[in-house]
Design a protein around this ligand. Structure first.
Ligand code: GRF
Length: 208
């Protein structure tokens, strides 16, 4: 098999999607990838604990202590490079990334969003707000989307999507959990493997 692609998962919170990736990696479901770094912008994010428990290098880089956003992102890129990262998975990473950062990882960075894009996405649609909006509209299906990250929030090319049923007595919390269980935790590891496989193929071709 071709060389594995070293990837990082970037997080801000609980890290259930990170856990799904850790479990898939351990079960041999991401054979073309190696989870080499977990990077959080929140120092006490539980996702960092999950990484530590799994023996994966984890760092927290907060905006504090940097004079500006550019310097902050430069430090992130420095640490990602130092770990040999070739591909990034955003799994509930809530900080804004500049156009320069996004360009740097063009078609090498993916994100998971808890709705069927192009519905309930873009600026301001994060966390429970996404599910509140879906319920307010009365949609009968929602779901999750994995997409490449470009300069438009939730606007990059779609890689995978999965629909999930909405029930009449749903609350935003109930819908959020159903979408996570039925869609997000399955799609994100799958998309990670798909992308690592493509990148590994391209890398092997280049070497020839
Ligand atoms: C998920 O709902 C994901 O779709 C969104 O942020 C949430 C992260 O949850 N981008 P977790 O930290 O993976 O539990």
């Amino acid at each position: 098999m071709s060389e594995k692609i070293k990837y990082a998962v970037m997080v801000s919170g609980g890290g259930t999607n990170l856990q799904a990736i850790i479990d898939a990696q351990a079960a041999g479901k991401i054979p073309h990838g190696e989870l080499a770094l977990v990077l959080s912008n929140v120092p006490d994010a539980y996702a960092l604990e999950r990484a530590k428990k799994a023996g994966i290098p984890a760092v927290a880089i907060t905006k504090k202590g940097f004079t500006d956003h550019e310097a902050y992102e430069e430090e992130m890129i420095r640490q990602l490079d130092a770990a040999g990262i070739e591909f990034i998975v955003l799994a509930g990473f809530l900080a804004i990334l500049s156009e320069d950062f996004v360009k740097h990882y063009e078609r090498r960075m993916i994100n998971i969003h808890p709705s069927l894009i192009p519905s309930f996405c873009g600026e301001g649609f994060y966390g429970l707000k996404v599910h509140e909006a879906a319920l307010a509209k009365g949609v009968k299906v929602s779901g999750a989307t994995v997409h490449f990250v470009n300069e438009i929030p939730d606007g990059g090319e779609i890689i995978l999507q999965k629909a999930v049923r909405v029930f009449r007595n749903d609350t935003p919390e109930k819908l959020q959990l159903r979408i996570m269980k039925q869609a997000e935790w399955k799609l994100l590891p799958r998309a990670t493997e798909l992308c690592c496989k493509e990148l590994a193929k391209a890398k092997a071709k280049k070497k020839k």
